[in-house]
Design a binder for this molecule. Sequence first.
Ligand code: TRP
Ligand code: SF4
Length: 448
Amino acid sequence: MDESDRVASDAARVYAASPTEGAANHRHPADPSDNPSGNASGNLSPNPPTRDAVLSGMRPTGALHLGHYHGALVNWVALQDRYRSFFFVADWHALTTHYASPEVIRNNVREMVIDWLAAGIDPERSVIFVQSQLPQHAELHLLLSMCTPLGWLERVPSYKDQQANLSDKDLTTYGFLGYPLLQAADILVYQAAWVPVGEDQVPHVELTREVARRFNHLYGRETDLDTRITGLLSSINANLGQELRAGRQAWLEGGDHEALRLAQQRIGQLPCDPANRQRLLGWLAGGRRQILREPQALLTEASRLPGVDGRKMSKSYGNAIAMRDDPAQVETRIRRMPTDPARVRRTDPGDPERCPVWELHKVYCPASVRSWVQEGCRAAAIGCMDCKRPLIDAVLDEQQRFRHRAEPYLRDPEAVDAMLRKGCETAAEVAEQTMVEVRSSMGLMARL
Ligand code: TRP
Ligand code: SF4
């Protein structure tokens, strides 16, 4: 796949949900490589500009299945070339609901990471790590808890919903109430610009934005901000300075989100030190110094992949095909899948639109096979077993690729740990930079 295909395909699958714009889907962000004239001098230091960061996490509560792959992981794989990508195992989040069953977490962290690698998440291009190895997440969670109103957390829809849905567990805990705030810390500590998540997680990203805004308002105060901004703007290329002023005006006076986003991108690419970048970003948005960046949700289209009983594929229905299931099992289970009930006998014509197997063809089979299914089914020219054959082959083929990528790590479990150790180190460098600013802005001592 060349770069333009990749951009087109991930643009088709992922939409940016900006809740402040009434959740309207807007354009996928422009390619970060369309570089502005950020040749600055003066008091801008020569730090290399960085690409916008994408961050997402999953709780390690079981083997990942094809619904996870075609829902979330395909997107992650597509994003890792375009952004600085951070993907982590949210083991602390898993404990908020599974605190009474630590074996679930113990058994699933490495397995889930292997599923990611099997999907094509590449440790050379993405930072892969484990939340509980990064104390910065916990520290930021604690510090954010100081200034987050209780009502904000009680209002998050998943709080009451989950307590009701998982009524076999006692979720009236401190940790569970803090779930979305811990998630906010995960996101903010990497200054992530984009958070690929499903619809159910959008309120958590929205809370994250509110928390960041409040934090910047409380702790981004600087008496000499105006003078500093004037100095910074006069030190960069005059056209760019003009462009930033115009962008700020379009945002503050016209509410133009796109203008704001473009100007943020320009500032993101300026060779300048982190504190000055925060000042410029804060000034641009009309506020104080931006210590924490407000992220946006990248809404992942929900996978409608059916499971082997025809209902939505889900671990809790027992109808899921795991990414690394045994091939013979996969074959048997697809062969037994229900089809259009009208096809009682081989000679009865059917309608693929009423058949869950067809939903799988749509994901797995090329156009030529799909039209063969459409015609053959409606004319009773093919039987359901014939129809399932190319599908089974395609699923097994995909699983073969998964197993091939996973194989070196399955053979050598130490390689998984070594890869994670490296990921954790890289993550810690980024997270620590944010924490230095956060601690000092809140009046805490620097590390002695
Ligand atoms: N809450 C997410 C889920 O249940 C997992 C998660 C934890 C996450 N921290 C995150 C996702 C940060 C995105 C960003 O799926
Ligand atoms: Fe479903 Fe294929 Fe059978 Fe038609 S022929 S009912 S599409 S399995």
